[in-house]
Design a protein around this ligand. Sequence first.
Ligand code: 13P
Length: 287
Amino acid sequence: MLVSATEMLKKAKEGHYAVGQFNINNLEWTKSILQTAQELNSPVILGVSEGAGKYMTGFNTVSAMVKAMDGDLGITVPVALHLDHGTYDGCYKCIKAGFTSIMFDGSHYAIEENIAKTKELVAVAHQLGLSIEAEVGSIGGEEDGVVGMGECADPEECKQIADLGVDMLAAGIGNIHGKYPANWAGLSFETLDAIQQKTGIMPLVLHGGTGIPDDMIAKAISLGVAKINVNTECQLYFQEATRKYIEAGKDLEGKGFDPRKLLAPGAEAIKEIVKIKMNLFGSVGKA
Ligand code: 13P
């Protein structure tokens, strides 16, 4: 059931668990994530970066696919279709295409401009019933061409953005997209604590969910994180399962070259990691 992310995140923040945002790349990704959410009776957010949207030929295609699949699979758990790290123009495109949630990433603008653009998009999104995420303090690393330095957010600026009425706030706390380097300093819980004190009931978003140790995830949730984004880990699980299939020569046996067979181990592997994450985040049974 396609919905905005507002209610599911409010419930998550109150219930001290987090809803997973899993980024999608194609039909297999979408199907695996939706089926797992339904099986575990968990709310879920499907994240679409601008790069992935382009890869799938455009946001209209993505929206039509997700809506049709939601119906054809008989999905009853709450599902939000969310733009990940959206530009100002990208947000308007997704609103038009029928997404139920958007993220405006204005973290690379000066705070005044981030505030002005976020404010405008909050009004438009809410008028149409969409939820909206904003960002303060960039997430480190690179995701689909979006590069961030990974500085910690200023709690005062977080409050200014939260006060605009956004539904969720991504704040940099030393998190990084992609794999964490061996010398990573870890999450700054001091920053997260200070942000939560300033922003109160606002559901906070933890980007860069891949590779964060379980104890840090639990602590982040205890300090107000209600949405956790995972992208790279699904890609790694898909890659490893596909590699095994090919290396075992399965594609050379019988009709093993059939794409429905060739892509099946990867699709199953995505289900496996999504299950692990939903259990870790505590969203199982919360639909
Ligand atoms: P990872 O690729 O590190 O899991 O990060 C995902 C993310 O934050 C999407 O916005």
